[in-house]
Design a protein around this ligand. Structure first.
Ligand code: SAH
Length: 341
């Protein structure tokens, strides 16, 4: 039985009609779930007690028990949830002056083993259901009220394109005007470079933002940092991204990690500029966040600025991601599927 937040609008309609309920009931249920954001069927007070009970038994809410909620000195908030089978996931709320972004997980653990990222350390456990993905959003929306969540990024634990169907179902519910009504352009899916996922996304007709974790501008360096490069080499990945941009007419953002002595070199500037020039692409530089198990460090601030300026001189559109929540291990690459002591 799916959890209630895993049901599409059509599935809610058919579930209710199977219970002998009229079609308008589905709208009411959606309203309770995504507008009033109740956390149990019990709270749906305009429905009869009998119907609430029936729903609760047949379509329970996904279990997301908040185990720990930490707040960084910069206002970033990290939530650790336990799922019904004991797996753990993390979700990060990142408010700034202009927007409030929620970084959500798509899997418990990760199988891709990027050499700089803590999320793969415990291995891969399982896919999250659409409801467990949406459950993170609803839980945090309730917790941070009245601050609205304006943007969603699939940049927590896991690889969204390794859980494609559930992620896309969640995206449609996030985007649905009767669902959470978040504009597609405010939803970003980030991938470590799963080419079939990029190709499928191109045909979805969604205005969702695509981010690709590139992190290196040569085959050799990418293979060294990211084992996924063996299956989906840089060259093929770039070809798929250019095709995505041509098909959708949407810009592709490349995340590029700056690791002292490795990815922050003059040679990398030339190589990256060559890859990016002349098409709808953009680079988001991320100075490496420290993870205690890895001996990778960020370059000093001057080197980061130099790198950015040099790319810009070469005509590359380029932004710098500021580290948020480092003091609570909530920054990029610091999330885990389990909390290590
Ligand atoms: N699996 C997807 C979603 C995770 S997004 C993906 O790889 O895109 C998390 C982002 O943080 C990715 O771009 C990832 O490469 C980056 N990241 C991982 N470890 C990091 C670290 N130590 N410092 C900075 N960024 C890191």
């Amino acid at each position: 039985m799916p959890d209630i937040l895993s049901l599409s609008k059509d599935e809610v309609i058919s579930a209710l009609s199977a219970m002998g309920e009229p079609a308008y009931r589905a709208k009411q249920v959606f309203d309770w779930l995504y507008v009033k954001k109740v956390s149990s069927c019990e709270g749906m007070s305009s429905l009869s007690k009998a119907l609430r009970d029936k729903l609760a038994v047949q379509y329970p809410f996904p279990v997301l028990t908040e185990k720990i909620a930490q707040e960084s000195k910069d206002g970033t908030r990290k939530f650790l949830f336990a799922l019904d089978d004991g797996e753990r996931i993390e979700t990060v709320f990142i408010p700034t002056e202009k927007r409030a972004t929620l970084c959500i997980s798509s899997q418990a653990g990760c199988k891709f083993g990027c050499t700089f990222c803590a999320s793969g350390l415990g291995g891969w456990k399982r896919n999250l259901t659409p409801g467990e993905i949406l459950g993170q959003v609803l839980h945090v929306m309730r917790a941070v009220r009245p601050t609205p969540v304006t943007h969603i990024v699939f940049m927590g634990v896991g690889e969204p394109f390794d859980n494609y169907d559930n992620v896309l179902k969640a995206v449609r519910l996030l985007n649905d005007k009767d669902g959470l009504n978040i504009a597609a352009r405010r939803i970003t899916i980030s991938t470590c470079g799963i080419i079939p996922g990029i190709e499928r996304m191109a045909s979805e007709g969604l205005q969702v933002e695509l981010s690709v974790s590139l992190h290196a501008a040569s085959e050799a360096m990418r293979a060294r940092l990211m084992p996924v490069n063996k299956k989906y080499p840089l060259k093929d990945l770039l070809r798929a991204c250019r095709k995505y941009a041509e098909t959708t007419n949407r810009q592709v953002t490349f995340e590029y990690i700056l690791i002292k002595g490795l990815t922050c070199t003059p040679q990398a500037i030339d190589e990256l500029s060559t890859l990016m020039r002349g098409w709808l692409s953009k680079v988001n530089l991320i100075p490496c966040n420290p993870v205690k198990e890895f001996a990778y460090y960020p370059p000093d601030t001057c080197a980061v600025e130099e790198f950015q300026k040099a790319l810009e001189r070469n005509g590359v559109i380029c932004t710098l991601r500021s580290a948020r929540g480092q003091d609570i291990s909530a920054a990029c690459g610091q999330l885990r599927h389990e909390r290590h002591a």
